[in-house]
Design a protein around this ligand. Structure first.
Ligand code: TRP
Length: 332
């Protein structure tokens, strides 16, 4: 049988996952477990570039794990693990760093944005190195496709470049070239202020709000223009409609779009429909999520099994790399 393509992605355990994370990465990644050999991980090494609280990091890693399981990740088919349980990626990142010039890293959007906010002298070298570690994550598992949100596209392209540099130096088949997978049909997810949903804007909506009332409350807080109830409205420029279309059925979405255009349908009505649709879409998963969080030992079991699978793949790849560059085989 032909080898299934391998999908790999990671998510940082910093803060509660929000709808931007969900539609950009979590949902498409979980969907791929049916057709792909799926490897997903909690990027806890990466979280250390910004977080300094050990208790928060441990807790957030469990939250991400519970999020994936609650939303349908099946650990009997997909490999789910914690990045730091496979320390081999750190060694691979060194091999990549040694074939990667500063220029490549200086072009990273994320680095440039960080540099806008503080002086380069004061940024941690971990922040600068971030894309190299991410490339190692991807290349350590011979990944074919990397489902990511648009904001991570450049990082995956940098991983392609690093694989190319390594292969140019040490032989064409040393590292597998990955392809990014960004879902074209998913719009930019608007936040509560209608700008792109992003933690740094403080406009996010959590995936697992407590109950329908909580969803209604955030829906009510979404900014709109000042059109009155009677006026016709354009669904395509409305954050409420954009979000609704993602969580409602197609028939419900068409109905809202028609009501917008006809007039006599206010933003207040649309917000109520959105709150209810959020609850219908996420309510059952939310209950599973809180239940899973009460069973940390079960979460650790999933992570341990995932790590053992992932680690054996990464050790094979790293073994190949060590041989190419002229190091001894990995110690047992
Ligand atoms: N940088 C990614 C983010 O912030 C997380 C990540 C780390 C990742 N390693 C990865 C994503 C490897 C895909 C593949 O969302």
């Amino acid at each position: 049988m032909a080898r299934r393509l391998r999908a790999l992605s990671g998510i940082k355990p910093t803060g509660t996952p929000h709808l931007g994370n969900y539609f950009g990465m979590i949902q498409p990644a979980i969907a791929l477990q049916d057709s792909h050999d799926a490897y997903y991980f909690v990027a806890d090494y990466h979280a250390l570039t910004t977080g300094r609280d050990p208790a928060v990091l441990r807790r957030a890693s469990h939250e991400i794990t519970a999020t994936f399981l609650a939303l349908g990740l099946d650990p009997s088919r997909a490999v789910f693990f914690r990045q730091s349980d496979v320390p081999e990626v750190l060694e691979l990142s060194w091999h990549l760093a040694c074939v990667t010039n500063m220029g490549l890293l200086l072009r990273a959007h994320a680095y440039k944005a960080a540099e806008q906010e503080s002086r380069a002298n004061e940024l941690s070298t971990g922040t600068f190195f971030y894309p190299v570690l991410m490339a190692a994550d991807i290349l350590a598992y011979d990944s074919d496709v990397v489902p990511v949100g648009r904001d991570q596209l450049q990082h995956v392209e940098m991983a392609q470049d690093m694989a190319g540099h390594f292969n140019a130096a040490y032989g064409s088949k040393a590292l597998r070239r990955p392809e990014p997978l960004v879902r074209a049909e998913v719009p930019t997810i608007p936040g509560t202020d209608e700008r792109k949903m992003s933690k740094s804007y403080g406009n996010t909506i959590d995936i697992f709000l407590k109950d329908e009332k909580a969803f209604l409350k955030v829906a009510k807080g979404i900014k709109t223009d000042s059109k009155g109830v009677d006026e016709p409205k354009d669904p395509d420029t409305s954050a409420i409609y954009t979000l609704y279309r993602l969580v409602a059925t197609p028939a419900q979405a068409d109905e809202m779009a028609a009501a917008y255009r006809a007039g006599g349908y206010g933003y207040g009505h649309a917000k109520e429909a959105l709150g209810r649709a959020f609850e219908a879409h996420f309510g059952a998963a939310r209950d599973r999520y809180y239940d899973l969080l009460k069973r940390p030992a079960d979460l650790e079991d999933v992570l341990a099994k995932g790590a053992s699978n992932a680690r054996s793949v990464a050790r094979d790849v790293l073994g190949r790399v060590r041989e190419r560059v002229g190091l001894q085989a990995l110690p047992k």
